[in-house]
Design a binder for this molecule. Structure first.
Ligand code: KIV
Length: 263
């Protein structure tokens, strides 16, 4: 696979070709995912649960994401690295700029930020200064206390309309990508068609431009109950490499996510 850039992802959207994203927190897994042709690796704040055994992403620090971004960057060749801005790391424009700079210098090529309306100025400031930003909409795990749990977002018309409006404003502010978590498939389809930037989905149905999963979830390593949108790609696979290859093929062919993984 040639080096993945923002242009690669924009061309995929324009051509109607799906791309893939999986989480990575270390060099070994990053290398494996890169070899299997995963276009984007997410150094997600899910590392709080997956790597650190914590009960939410709220406890993850800038030092944590910076450290794991450095680890991942040593394992990849062609894949694009996207790193999460952790809880409150963008609570002011100055903090957003300073913290995003730390992640870019650690090896990130794009930063992801869980965004509500108040983040528009920070997105604009980062974009104007050359930091590529992906805005995470829908279910925002960092705000789980306010949302009252990990629930599907945008179910009523008012919420859905507001989310599409916010997506448009984030694009206008300079966001180069969106990530949509746990929203009804119809809303995800409409939002993906409305914006011209690529949209990655998780629990958002089959019509987003790309799909992301936590790698440990799709390899069936995560203990406990799985979210509805998770498929166990180890089932029938001969190795971890084979399971990741099956995820890539299933996303590209449109076979995953199926209706049973969607809301
Ligand atoms: O932190 C993470 O892994 C994420 C994904 C669930 C999209 O944000």
């Amino acid at each position: 696979m040639p080096k993945v850039t923002l242009n690669t992802l924009a061309s995929r959207k324009a051509a109607g070709e799906k791309f893939t994203c999986l989480t990575a927190y270390d060099a070994t897994v990053a290398h494996l995912l890169d070899e299997q042709g995963v276009e984007v690796l997410l150094v997600g704040d899910s590392l709080g649960m997956v790597m650190q055994g914590k009960d939410s992403t709220v406890h993850v620090s800038m030092d944590d994401i910076e450290y794991h971004t450095r680890c991942v960057s040593r394992g990849v060749k062609d894949t694009m690295i996207m790193s999460d801005m952790p809880f409150m790391s963008a609570s002011t424009e100055e903090k957003a700029l300073e913290n995003a700079t730390r992640l870019m210098q650690a090896g990130a090529e794009i930063v992801k930020i869980e965004g509500d309306r108040w983040l528009l100025p920070a997105v604009k400031t980062m974009a104007e200064r050359g930091i590529p930003v992906c805005v995470h909409l829908g279910l925002l795990p960092q705000l789980v206390s306010i949302l009252g749990g990990y629930k599907v977002q945008g179910r009523d018309v008012e919420q859905a309309t507001a989310m599409i409006q916010l997506a448009k404003e984030m694009e206008q502010a300079g966001a180069v990508m969106l990530l949509l978590e746990c929203v009804p498939s119809d809303l995800a389809r409409e939002l993906t068609q409305t914006v011209s930037i690529p949209v990655i989905g998780i629990g958002a149905g089959k019509d987003t431009d790309a799909q992301v999963l936590v790698t440990q979830d799709m390899l069936n390593l995560t203990p406990g109950r799985k979210a509805k949108f998770v498929r166990n790609f180890m089932e029938g696979a001969s190795s971890v490499q084979d399971a990741v290859g099956r995820f890539v093929s299933a996303v590209k062919s449109g076979e995953y996510p199926a209706p049973e993984h969607s809301y």
